[in-house]
Design a protein. Structure first.
Length: 178
């Protein structure tokens, strides 16, 4: 995906209105969506980009559009994260690698501030394959986050996948402080 396309997928998320915030991009790969998020966040924000592929992490700059980016090599599912105090988590094409998704979503709370959000980009399919072993359709996403106690689940954008298997969608999920 081109950087401009990634920005467009997240553009309606409202993160630009939050002020300086701290995020994690889990399963960030080469940072396409890390940089898209950085383009939308307020200057002074921080993104912790985590992936198991060290060579991909080396392509991500230390800052972009006023956001600071720190890379972390590791498996976000099985390892303890080296950061906490997050205002948000971005997972672009990575939640479908998590086998026990509801348990994972619940486990994220220990790293998150009270009022926080998730940005999710996934394929809108229920059909597994070797590239998408645990698919997260829009319906499944709503079920997962609803079961985890989130009431605000909003689809931002959809677009055709370059692989022509299923459309991609971006969603914003919020947990409000109260």
């Amino acid at each position: 995906m081109r950087p401009r396309d990634a920005i467009d997928m997240l553009a309606e998320s409202g993160v630009d209105m939050l002020g300086s915030t701290t995020w994690a991009d889990l399963g960030c790969g080469d940072g396409t969506f890390t940089l898209a998020l950085a383009s939308l966040l307020a200057p002074g924000s921080t993104i912790h980009a985590m992936d198991i592929d060290g060579s991909a992490l080396r392509t991500i700059p230390a800052s972009h559009k006023g956001a600071h980016i720190t890379t972390h090599r590791g498996d976000f599912v099985s390892e303890t994260w080296p950061f906490t105090g997050l205002d948000g988590i971005l997972m672009a094409n990575s939640l479908h690698y998590v086998e026990h998704q509801l348990a994972f979503i619940r486990s994220c709370n220990r790293y998150l501030n009270r009022g926080h959000r998730f940005l999710i980009v996934e394929y809108d399919t229920n059909t597994a394959n070797r590239w998408v072993p645990y698919p997260v359709s829009r319906t499944r996403l709503t079920e997962l986050f609803g079961a985890a106690g989130y009431a605000s689940i909003r689809v931002l954008r959809t677009r055709a996948s370059m692989f022509r298997r299923a459309a991609l969608y971006a969603a914003a999920i919020e947990r409000r402080t109260s």
